[in-house]
Design a protein around this ligand. Sequence first.
Ligand SMILES: Nc1ncnc2c1ncn2[C@@H]1O[C@H](COP(=O)(O)OP(=O)(O)O)[C@@H](O)[C@H]1O
Ligand SMILES: [Mg+2]
Length: 366
Amino acid sequence: MSGTSIDAIDAVLIQISDQISIIDSHSIQIPQTLKDTILGLCSSGENEIQRAFKLDRELGHLFADAALALCTKTNTPPNTISAIGSHGQTIRHAPHGKNPFSLQIADPNTIAERTGITTVADFRRRDIAAGGQGAPLVPAFHEDVFKDGNNNRAIINIGGMANITLVPKSDMPTLGFDTGPGNVLLDYWVYKQKNQKFDYNGEWAASGKIDTSLLNTLLSEPYLTLQPPKSTGRERFNSDWLEHQLLNFSHLSTVDVQATLTAFTCQTITDAVAMCNSKLEPSDLVKEIYICGGGAKNGDIMSRLQTRLPNTKVASTNEIGIAPDLVESVAFAWLAHRTINRLSGNLTSVTGAQAQRVLGAIYCGN
Ligand SMILES: Nc1ncnc2c1ncn2[C@@H]1O[C@H](COP(=O)(O)OP(=O)(O)O)[C@@H](O)[C@H]1O
Ligand SMILES: [Mg+2]
């Protein structure tokens, strides 16, 4: 797995029987030069085909390196692994208009060739072909592993973008959608101002003050009030978008901008919780939300969420059995397992596809 933060390639080794056991994980950090190359392909530019397909091969090797390093770390012969589920690296997500598409690269042929392991990839495009947004795909996994018959729960993944899953206690359909930016604007700003890859534990943001006027400007982004199904990415929430929003706010200190961006992420998430609650009986609203993704390690985000949701328990997914930084990688291993077993991986109530489909393509191992 590598998400829109473009921070690392995360590999996890799991065993699926009646339950999922997590054996171990391994991450390869993405160096800044490679991140810049990937970012250079996230918007239109010169000689795209050549650059994209060369990067596809390079990332294929890096994803294979992550899988093989995990095999070595765990003493697992690659030929004992049933399959790799590879999300790839998104370089374009365009789920609207005529001929919508979503593009993830990290050549699965290279991963299968280097590891000898059957590799499942390209999960999103079948859902789009079936009329869906191709995203988010993790809600099906959240429903499978985190459903609780007693409580309506929300699972919130705060990666580069953030997405919410409402896992109802009843058999009403699971809901899910991208809430907007998670860490992507925070990472951009702290890198620009302090040359840091991210705001460790949100400490810099926590030392600033929220500017209400800037916060309201950010909150006026039309995506936020769209009804689901909806999904988004760096095509919308990127450095150009942020710099444009900041045009009239050059008087603010850089730390107050960071505090306001963090408040923006938290407000869009709490608004999304409210949107989910509007589908539930007033007597039975979401009582607990569990956070996963890198945002769960940001103490400032966690405490701002708890402050904004005083009657709701806010905790990390650790409390319900999966470490927050592993949830998304486990989800794509689970999706690969679904595909290999000819089981559907999408939820029509989430992506808007006309039917459930077996997702992805299978690249055979040796
Ligand atoms: N200790 C931490 N403190 C604050 N933020 C963190 C910490 N660890 C990770 N993050 C944030 O999480 C991001 C990575 O989250 P991740 O779930 O991997 O996102 P993605 O799926 O988009 O790659 C980092 O870019 C950073 O913003
Ligand atoms: Mg990541």
